[in-house]
Design a protein. Structure first.
Length: 318
């Protein structure tokens, strides 16, 4: 039951389990662990689920020795990130659960601010905060917040804005119930987990950018393959949760997201962005057949790029 931990003593109420999953994160893992240890509200435990082949486990073992009882290394077989997150949840003893990606950093008041929100709202399932991107140093991208969320986000907000990733959230363990990360989802697993928790109650916003998310030059989340897998997983979730969400809302969100991705493809057409066009358009037809059938693209022949360049030259659109 949400909020049932209010009946327990304060030290128990505010015990936080931090779960870090890592794979070959030797270059970053120390910064992540240091940021969890530096929280103004100290964690009960920092559980590291690791299947690395590099020096990551040795680094974590060094923390185990110096932070006995807090940092704990759990070596696992090679599995995907969702499996490891679920393993961590099964091990966690805290009344509150917070995930931290191995290459991200928390600012010192992250857990404190989120706990403040949850104390004010004993019926809330969890809290989240804004994040900012960085590459090597925290200020190298000026701490700009790319996506600002709202307090008490709706299910639509969660699924369409996607501003709540694993490193940004903290949940009451009592509110999680049997919700787990989808181990078969190749993308959008954070969003779908947050959406499932949202079905159990509302989220609060601790409105400060206290999570630093590291960006990488070859980041998967910037690829077309990621974008379309992400859309496909969200569409699948909407239909699979029709009973819980309600038929009307589930189908209206499904139609809206389908239109959005087809609209993105149409904008690429008008900008003459035809890289990987055959594969991208084929995937969108497969994922959103009804929305694609209504688009002008379903009746448009795509020519080689030089044809459009020649036409644009003679029509003055260059």
């Amino acid at each position: 039951m949400v909020g049932e931990e209010n009946n327990k003593d304060a030290s128990s109420v505010e015990s936080v389990s931090v779960i870090i999953v890592s794979y070959n994160a030797a270059a970053f893992i120390a910064q992540a662990i240091d940021s969890a240890l530096a929280q103004t509200h100290q964690p009960l435990e920092i559980l590291v689920l690791d299947d690395s082949t590099d020096a990551t486990p040795q680094i974590v073992k060094d923390y185990e020795k110096s932070c006995q009882g807090i940092v704990q290394l759990h070596r696992v077989e090679r599995v995907n990130v969702s499996v490891k997150r679920n393993m961590g949840l099964a091990l966690a003893k805290g009344q509150f659960i917070a995930y931290l990606d191995a290459d991200d950093i928390w600012l010192p008041r992250k857990t404190e601010l989120q706990l403040d929100q949850l104390r004010e709202s004993p019926d809330a399932v969890g809290a989240y905060s804004h994040y900012f991107d960085f590459m090597n140093q925290l200020d190298d991208l000026e701490r700009r917040v790319p996506r600002k969320g709202t307090d008490n986000p709706t299910l639509h907000d969660v699924l369409f804005e996607q501003h709540m990733s694993s490193s940004t959230i903290m949940m009451r363990q009592s509110a999680i119930g049997d919700v787990r990360f989808d181990v078969d989802s190749p993308d959008a697993e954070d969003t779908l987990f947050v959406a499932d928790i949202r079905l159990n109650g509302h989220w609060r916003l601790a409105d400060e950018p206290v999570i630093a998310k590291r960006t990488h030059a070859a980041q998967t989340s910037t690829s077309h393959k990621h974008r379309l897998r992400n859309v496909e997983m969200r569409l699948r979730w909407m239909l699979s949760r029709e009973k819980e969400v309600g038929t009307e809302l589930a189908h209206s969100m499904h139609e809206e997201l389908s239109r959005d991705v087809v609209g993105w493809l149409e904008s690429r057409y008008w900008r003459r962005e035809f890289e990987d066009w055959k594969w991208i358009s084929g995937e969108i037809q497969r994922i959103c057949p009804k929305a694609f059938a209504k688009s002008f693209l379903a009746r448009t022949r795509i020519h080689p790029r030089w044809v459009y360049r020649l036409r644009d030259f003679f029509t003055g659109n260059h």
